[in-house]
Design a protein around this ligand. Structure first.
Ligand code: NAI
Ligand code: OAA
Length: 313
């Protein structure tokens, strides 16, 4: 069977760590692209040289141009500026809109059939940029955030209860920002609702820590943002697509009426398979959850209006 081709745009913290993780899993051959001369070539060669020790045969190429990325099956966009302490993700809107626009124009030309996974922040708005510029169908444009947010929620619950992360199914909806909606009602531990195991007041603190999970790391690192957990979350998406798992995972996808949201990218449970977003998985929300999701969607809408102005749409 021919190997799949995965391109990673941006060979910084997220892109390079993601490349390492993907290489170790032998999910396909990789191209790592960055605008910095020689750097992606150096990181690609370094990861390739770990292959004999780890026992993987992944081919990985570094690039500064798009010729090498031609006909990729999946392209992950991590290029862009990361925030520093004191900044919000939204502060990156203007600069990263320009970067994601330029990258997407190139990818749409060289890999017209690719599935795009967007990582650059502000995530929901950058996913919208990639959609608008590529004009790809909605199933082939997926933003990474929900898996990361749910992983943080799970990690905190695991620490609280002293049980394995494998027993925890955390559920998060909404945009990748302060208004994200971690659902305590649908979060379970070995099938038991978390609300039955952790007192509501403590649970509220854990939800708040989850909402601020990105900023917590930014404040510790000081020079940039998280990359180990984010790259792990992207691997889960790539794997679900390449193995056609039809896995339900929270991702940023274009809602066209689902959850009462129209023409907006927002975090919802989707079914990930070989076509990308195979479907949006709709579940019943109660009044409180619906209101919180709508509030989050409205914030994303504001940002997308700014994107429209920047792109002249
Ligand atoms: N969706 C999410 O949950 C997460 C999103 N992020 C976002 O991902 C982005 C990348 O984060 P890091 O890797 O930590 O940043 P980084 O600064 O380590 O790497 C970014 C890389 O992008 C490259 N780049 C810039 N313009 C480019 C272009 N036009 N073409 C190709 N490469 C280009 C830079 O040279 C740099 O190597 C940031 O916007 C960050 O906010 C980071 C973590 C989680
Ligand atoms: O917080 C940031 O800027 C990066 C990010 O999106 C995250 O780690 O959730």
């Amino acid at each position: 069977m021919a190997r799949k081709k995965i391109t990673i745009i941006g060979a910084g913290n997220v892109g390079a760590t993601l490349s390492q993780r993907l290489a170790e899993k032998e999910l396909g051959d990789l191209v790592l692209l960055d605008i910095v001369q020689d750097m992606p070539q150096g990181k690609a060669l370094d990861i390739l040289e770990a292959g004999p020790v780890y026992g993987y045969n992944t081919k990985i190429t570094g690039a500064n141009g798009y010729e090498e990325t031609k006909d990729s099956d999946i392209v992950v966009i991590t290029s862009g500026v990361s925030r520093k302490p004191g900044m919000s993700r939204d502060d990156l809107l203007q600069i990263n809109t320009g970067i994601v626009k330029g990258v997407t124009e190139n990818i749409a030309k060289t890999s017209p059939n690719a599935i795009l996974i967007i990582v650059s922040n502000p995530l929901d708005a950058m996913t919208y940029v990639a959609y608008k510029i590529s004009k790809f169908p909605r199933r082939r444009i997926i933003g990474m955030a929900g898996i990361l947010d749910a992983a943080r929620f799970s990690a905190f619950i695991s620490m609280e209860l002293g049980v394995s992360v494998e027993n925890i199914h955390a559920f998060v909806l909404g945009g990748h920002g302060d208004t994200m909606v971690p659902s305590t009602r649908y979060t379970t531990i070995a099938g038991v609702p978390v609300e039955e195991l952790i007192p509501q007041e403590r649970l509220n603190e854990i939800v708040e820590r989850t909402r601020n999970g990105g900023a917590e790391i930014v404040n510790l690192l000081k020079t940039g943002s998280a990359f180990y957990a984010p790259s792990a979350a992207v691997v889960e998406m790539v794997e679900a697509v390449l193995k056609d798992k039809r896995k339900i995972a929270p991702c940023t996808a274009l809602c066209e009426g689902e959850y009462g949201i129209n023409n907006l990218f927002v975090g919802v449970p989707v079914i990930l398979g070989s076509n990308g977003v195979e479907d949006i998985f709709e579940i019943k929300l109660n009044e409180k959850e619906s209101v919180a999701l709508q509030k989050s969607a409205n914030e994303v809408k504001q940002l997308c209006n700014k994107v429209d102005a920047l792109l002249g749409l």
